[in-house]
Design a protein around this ligand. Structure first.
Ligand code: UDP
Ligand code: MN
Length: 383
């Protein structure tokens, strides 16, 4: 097996492999091929770094009386060592001890040449990570991010689950706004603002705060606030509703997450789960929100590094499942009209999801459109 990283055991620095037989150009190519980001730059950044505190200046003085603890759930498949180490260090460094119940690391069957768990366990000892707070789990076969997150979360024992990708850096004061918002209403999901860590140079970049949404084909899109919204100071501080989550980094009360149907276990690998959860939370509970004071940097990739499952793009398969369960007849027709490939895939057995919808006594889609997402409309000529 090729070893692409080693340690300086004294300082616990992560160093990329700089033997003469492995020049930097090869390491770069290796990263582009396996991770779809510049792993050379990531390695050189080392195990931790300061990130710009991009939250509004008033965020740090908000009064919180948090009574809950968090289980941080990180699932990963073929993650680079240096990004994963920075993710975990950022959580340890920037989460007050009293709120950090545990960190669950779940390896979703990474390929042999991209295994990192053993080295991570060595690093954990050297870095002095609190052993009692770390849990190491592993899939026996590739599960995909939805089942991986659910299986990992079922092992959690904290009050609130916080799902994080394996290539993030949480920012200063990131967890308080999330825990506080869940405490105020445990029947919702709350997400941080996801800042951009550029995949070519790893610069941490503040994003324009936006909402998430989707079109009739259930393709994700950003929804922007009007120019004046953030001129009002309070709007920079208070949680706002969003039609859709912008991915699956979010906080949710553990008990509620299981009651409300977790993720759809029939989904594979990647895609659409954020839209499925959002529609479900709006129609069957109290919705999905973003806490503008909570910031997490995330490495956005231009391409997905995953091979598709045989000939089916999992995004299409997962979107078809979402559409069949949550769209009504009229919108389902539009979905298939605009997403020709989805009409051809076998979405698999949906019995359990329909049962869930009935059991939860969910509202009809029209309620969501009228009250949460009035701009979600079928094409003009169909109105
Ligand atoms: N992931 C996983 N199994 C998979 C695909 C993804 O465990 O089959 C993990 C991945 O390592 C990451 C998280 O799920 O920690 C979200 O995936 P990704 O970052 O690729 O999604 P994106 O942020 O690009 O939407
Ligand atoms: Mn990601």
């Amino acid at each position: 097996m090729e070893r692409w990283h080693n340690f300086d055991y004294k300082s616990c620095e992560v160093k990329h492999h700089l033997s003469t037989s492995q020049p930097e150009a090869d390491r770069y190519d290796f990263g582009q091929k396996n991770y779809m980001f510049n792993v050379l730059v990531s390695d050189k950044l080392g195990p931790r770094r300061d990130v710009p505190n991009v939250a509004h200046e008033k965020c740090s003085s908000l009064p919180y009386a948090i009574k809950s603890t968090a289980s941080i759930v990180i699932v990963y498949h073929n993650e680079a060592f240096s990004t994963l180490v920075r993710t975990i260090n950022s959580v340890f460094d920037r989460t007050p001890k009293e709120y950090l119940h545990e960190i669950i690391l779940y390896d979703d069957f990474s390929e042999d040449h991209l295994q990192v768990e053993q080295d991570l366990q060595k690093y954990a000892v050297l870095a002095g990570w609190d052993k009692s707070k770390l849990h190491w789990l592993k899939a026996e076969k590739r599960e995909g991010l939805m089942r991986a997150k659910v299986y990992a979360a079922r092992n959690a024992t904290g009050d609130v689950l916080v799902f994080l990708d394996s290539h993030v850096e949480v920012n200063v004061g990131w967890i308080e706004p999330l825990l506080n918002a869940i405490q105020e209403d445990p029947r919702r999901i709350v997400q941080p603002v996801i800042d951009l860590i550029k995949s070519d140079n790893f610069q941490y970049t503040q994003v324009m705060i936006s909402k998430g949404g989707f079109d009739v084909s259930l393709r994700f899109q950003w929804e922007y606030f009007d120019w004046t919204y953030f001129n009002t100071e309070e709007n920079n501080l208070k949680v706002f509703e969003t039609p859709s989550l912008t991915g699956s980094n979010f906080a949710v009360q553990k008990k509620f997450f299981h009651e409300i149907g977790e993720f759809d276990l029939g989904m594979d690998i990647w895609g659409s789960e954020n839209i499925e959860v959002s529609l479900r939370l709006w129609l069957c509970a109290n919705g999905v929100f973003i806490a503008p004071c909570s910031h997490v940097g995330h490495v956005f990739r231009t391409y997905r590094p995953y091979k598709t499952r045989s000939d089916v793009d999992t995004l299409i398969h997962n979107a078809a499942r979402t559409a069949k369960v949550w769209l009504n007849d009229k919108y389902l027709k539009h979905f298939f009209d605009y997403n020709g490939r989805a009409a051809k895939v076998d979405a698999g057995d949906l019995t359990e999801r329909f049962e869930l919808r009935n059991r939860l006594k969910c509202k009809p889609l029209e309620w969501f459109i009228e009250n949460v997402y009035p701009t979600f409309k079928p094409p003009r000529d169909e109105l």
